[in-house]
Design a binder for this molecule. Structure first.
Ligand SMILES: [Zn+2]
Ligand SMILES: [Zn+2]
Ligand SMILES: [Zn+2]
Ligand SMILES: [Zn+2]
Length: 611
């Protein structure tokens, strides 16, 4: 106990100041009975009365004392604006008894303050009347601290009776980490450790000490605030993954759980620890919820709702294309289509340029065609107003309209003629001429002008009916005939003539040959009837007995041998001379024949050579 009392005594001064300031200042103005509870800075005061009140307040504040007395000191703060206004204490201090024996006795600290202009004039007096409290030992009345929450700011005031106000300490046990007890008994801070803590708290003042054992329980916070969930990655057609973070400190390591719904109000698909939701409907809008998860030591947090997120659309592209930019003659257009479900995922494609359309476009004749020169027609594209395109095409020439051919130079048998025609189109002087072939001779029938023989070619002639030009050609020599002998001379016996008949034209007769030698025409006669040759008797008489073969020669051939037999039954004697003459004649003829053999044709033709 002795130790405690000594500590107590040493604390007196501080306790005294603390007690008075803690009780607040009270000043009585005895002159008029008013109380002043606040002090207006002196430098703003303009009246003596106000200054007095302010000084009275100041007088109560600085107190120094020891165990037996206290001096009340006062000073004027700031400058007094009126240089003639001064303040001073009437006494330099008030001594009063503060021995322990009187601590429980109420009292006052009294003093007098003078204020005035130009001392020693006293304008007013303030009596400072400071009550001295009654002291009592402490008794702790409130010591079990209410539960705290980890991470949350905590404040609790231990309470005790007693005067002066006691000072607080923890004397055993532990407080939760993060909480501290002030000397005034305020337990505060932010707990960082879960659990129930037991401690002994002590309250002490100059009259004594009080002890109590209290407890404090630190729990999880009520579900920590969680930010609205946000989508992670790209939603698929039926799955979305979200994540969320704590809005503040996550003391105690709470977890987050998620839920989903198609509206932003209540989650319908249950809370789950995973942020991935599968089996969703394609292209549907979902709201996601996040909150701190419930467990045994803390409550579920309030759900926070994210903005709507849509699952991916399995696009079903419209079959209808819409023209965005119409094509022109030369430029492609553009058309597009969108998804029938989401109206997005636009596709575009080109519309081929139309190309110029010259069919049905306006036409203008630029130049008319003539017989030989093309005309020209301009044709506009049907969209000429847009594209300005046109084309110029030639038109066909008419071609000359030729009249009938007219002979300007007649042809002859051997020279060509000329004919002419003119174009009948007005203004065209085109003329055409062409040759008329020579007519060629118009010959009549061939006429034999020199008949052919078996030894000489003949000639035939024809004459042009227009120009009398003649033309001749050879007629081939006749091929010689061999005429049959229908009657030979037969046997001659010395009387009369001998006749033979050859089947040949009488007119063609040339000569009669015996052994190749012509028989003198005087020796025979030739008559018609085919051809009848009669040897006269004189001739016959020249012939000696024997067989003779004659050949009749015609212009158209020769006869077969014509036989003659001379018999001696004839009584007429043959003269040697006659025989000699014949031999000579024959020999001569033979020699002559040899001589003319090289001129065979002429010899044969020569009728003068006779027997
Ligand atoms: Zn779509
Ligand atoms: Zn065009
Ligand atoms: Zn013409
Ligand atoms: Zn002619």
């Amino acid at each position: 106990m002795k130790t405690k009392k000594r500590v107590f005594a040493l604390l007196l001064t501080a306790m005294m100041v603390f007690a008075m300031s803690g009780m607040g200042f009270t000043a009585d103005n005895t002159a008029d009975g008013e109380r002043y509870e606040s002090i207006t800075p002196l430098r703003e005061q303009t009246s003596p009365e106000a200054l007095i009140a302010a000084l009275a307040a100041l007088a109560a504040l600085p107190v120094s004392n020891d165990t037996t007395q206290a001096d009340i000191m006062a000073a004027v703060e700031g400058a007094i604006t009126n240089p003639n206004l001064q303040a001073w204490w009437a006494t330099s201090g008030i001594i009063f008894d503060l021995t322990p024996a009187t601590r429980s006795t109420p009292g006052h600290i009294m003093g007098t303050i003078h204020l005035g202009f130009a001392p020693p004039t006293v304008d007013d007096v303030v009596i400072v009347n400071i009550p001295i409290p009654t002291f009592t030992p402490p008794i702790i009345t409130t010591y079990n601290a209410p539960n705290g929450t980890i991470g949350d700011s905590y404040e609790f005031q231990f309470l005790a009776t007693g005067s002066p106000v006691p000072t607080w300490h923890i004397v055993s046990g532990d407080l939760p980490s993060g909480l501290y007890l002030s000397g005034a008994g305020l337990l505060s801070g932010t707990p960082t450790t879960l659990g129930t803590f037991t401690f002994e708290v002590q309250a002490t003042n100059i009259l004594g000490t009080s002890w109590r054992t209290g407890t404090i329980e630190i729990n999880f916070a009520t579900g920590a605030a969680v930010n609205a969930p946000t989508v992670v990655g790209t939603p698929t057609t039926d799955s979305i993954t979200v994540e969320a973070t704590f809005a503040g400190a996550n003391m105690g390591g709470q977890t987050i759980e998620f839920a989903v719904n198609t509206t932003s109000t209540t989650p319908t698909i249950g809370w789950q620890s995973s942020g991935t939701f599968a089996g969703l409907t394609p292209y549907t809008q979902y709201y996601f919820f996040a909150r701190s998860a419930h467990n045994a030591t803390h409550a579920t947090g309030a759900a926070s709702t994210g903005t709507a997120i849509r699952t991916y659309c399995q696009h079903d592209m419209s079959s209808t294309w819409t023209v965005r930019t119409a094509p022109t003659c030369t430029a492609d257009g553009v058309e597009y289509r969108v998804c029938t479900i989401c109206n997005g995922n636009e596709e575009t494609r080109a519309i081929a340029a139309l190309g110029h359309d010259l069919t049905g476009g306006a036409q203008t004749v630029i130049r008319h065609a003539t017989c030989t020169v093309n005309g020209a027609v301009r044709t506009n594209c049907v969209r000429y107003a847009e594209c300005g395109h046109y084309q110029i095409n030639p038109t066909a020439t008419y071609g000359h309209d030729m009249g009938a051919w007219s002979v300007t130079t007649s042809p002859t048998c051997t020279t060509a003629g000329v004919e002419t025609r003119n174009c009948q189109v007005s203004g065209c002087d085109h003329v055409e001429t062409r040759s008329i072939p020579a007519l060629g001779h118009d010959f009549g029938a061939w006429t034999v002008t020199t008949a052919p023989t078996i030894t000489t070619a003949g000639v035939e002639t024809r004459t042009c009916t227009r120009c009398n030009t003649t033309e001749t050609r050879a007629v081939a020599a006749l091929s010689p005939n061999t005429y049959a002998v229908t009657q030979h001379f037969g046997t001659w016996s010395g009387t009369g003539t001998a006749s033979a008949t050859v089947n040949a034209p009488h007119a063609n007769f040339v000569r009669l040959l015996l052994n190749g030698t012509a028989v003198a025409p005087a020796n025979f006669t030739v008559t018609a009837g085919s051809t009848v040759i009669t040897l006269n008797q004189a001739f016959l008489n020249t012939l000696s007995d024997g067989e003779y073969a004659f050949v009749a020669e015609f212009t158209s051939g020769t006869s077969q041998n014509i036989n003659l037999t001379i018999t001696s039954a004839e009584s007429t004697p043959k003269t040697g001379a006659g025989t000699m003459i014949l031999w000579i004649a024959l020999s001569f003829s033979g020699m002559l024949g040899i001589a003319v053999m090289s001129k065979a044709k002429f010899a044969a033709k020569d009728p003068s050579r006779t027997i």
